[in-house]
Design a protein around this ligand. Structure first.
Ligand code: NAD
Length: 334
């Protein structure tokens, strides 16, 4: 089988994670990289040995014979590049957040609908094997009824980038990971992320630029209820989530290497007992193994002509929710 030929546009900090995932996927070949910063272009050429390197991404699109493009620029530079690649019929991996606003996401989603290429938004929390294995357990128990997600950082460069117009507010740019995770956990029991139908959000920003604080309760189309807490000005970078089905609870620690605690109330235990902590490990093999990630998923989808889990249309729902949380929206989502 011929390998899919991949190009990467934007070779900054986070592109390194994409390069690692591409190198680990035997069905992909790194055909080209494009970067406007000459030093970064030279460093990344030496480090990742693409077939060709380009200072001009258009030259790469014209000459690179690509099947697939990963676009890993900052959000302000993303939309035009994604639309151009989709218009050329290429498959596109879109870094999060998908644009500066839900309007930009909708613009990209429109281009995807008209393209021969597929698009996947790199909401990578969805593809963490422990998260996927947990979704299976929740589904076996009738689906999620309640969930929550926490996404805190102590200090962030996002305030400076926000000031320069390069990124949206932190909850849309960054904590969106857990806004999306909330949808994904709430949707356990179905093949897609739950759709938010209403949100009640309180905003209480701190005094420093981008020291934003949010607390939101979200009701989803399947009846599940979720809450998000996000604060850019806490003591430490903390990323956690929990999800509950009837008589079953899971606590996920995602600040570092993913860990998950599971609890089950067994029949006949009675209310006075504390339930049982389940000690069996999550079944990662059943969801693609410990190395599963969004690049493997997207490669499967391209080769098997399947729809990715995190399309641009779906990501638009997450962007709308993130913006509603940021604006302190209270009520139904239109
Ligand atoms: N999923 C995650 O966990 C995660 C983590 C960090 C960052 N990110 C996301 O990754 C994206 C990139 O962040 P970063 O920290 O790597 O930014 P960065 O500034 O380090 O890298 C972006 C690169 O894109 C290059 N670039 C911009 N326009 C270009 C063009 N037209 N052609 C070629 N190169 C171009 C820039 O020169 C820069 O080197 C952001 O959207 C961010 O939200 C995601």
């Amino acid at each position: 089988m011929d390998k899919l030929r991949v190009g990467v546009i934007g070779c900054g900090g986070h592109a390194q994670t994409h390069f690692q995932m591409i190198a680990a996927e035997p069905r992909l070949h790194l055909a080209g990289i494009a970067e406007i910063d000459p030093k970064r272009l030279a460093d990344n050429t030496a480090r990742h040995c693409p077939e060709r390197s380009f200072a001009d991404y258009r030259q790469m699109l014209d000459e690179g014979k690509l099947d697939l493009v990963h676009i890993t620029t900052l959000p302000a530079h993303l939309t035009a590049l994604v639309v151009e690649c989709l218009d050329r019929g290429l498959h596109v991996s879109v870094e999060k957040p998908p644009g500066m606003s839900a309007t930009e996401t909708a613009q990209m989603a429109q281009a995807a609908r008209q393209s021969r290429g597929k698009a996947l938004v790199s909401f990578n929390r969805r593809y963490i094997p422990q998260v996927l294995a947990l979704r299976r357990l929740l589904k076996e128990r009738g689906g999620t009824v309640q969930c929550s997600a926490t996404y805190h950082k102590n200090q962030t460069i996002l305030g400076q980038w926000r000031g320069a117009g390069l990124v949206p507010d932190p909850v849309v740019c960054d904590a969106i990971h857990h806004v999306d995770l909330l949808r994904w956990l709430a949707g356990a029991g179905q093949e897609r992320a739950a759709v938010p139908v209403s949100v009640y959000s309180e905003v209480a920003d701190g005094p420093r630029p981008a020291a934003h604080r949010h607390q939101a309760v979200v009701r989803f189309d399947n009846g599940a209820v979720g809450s998000l807490m996000s604060h850019y000005g806490v003591g430490f970078r903390i990323q956690r989530a929990e999800a509950h089905a009837e008589d079953f609870s899971a606590y996920l620690e995602l600040s570092g290497e993913p860990q998950c605690e599971l609890y089950q109330a067994l029949p006949g235990e009675g209310e006075s007992t504390r339930g049982t902590k389940l000690n069996q490990p999550l079944d990662l093999e059943a969801v693609g193994g410990p190395g599963y990630n969004e690049v493997r998923h997207f490669t499967d989808c391209i080769l098997e002509d399947r729809t990715p889990w995190s399309t641009l249309d779906d990501a638009a729902q997450t962007m709308v929710l993130a913006e509603a949380i940021r604006s302190g929206h209270k009520g139904p989502l239109g």
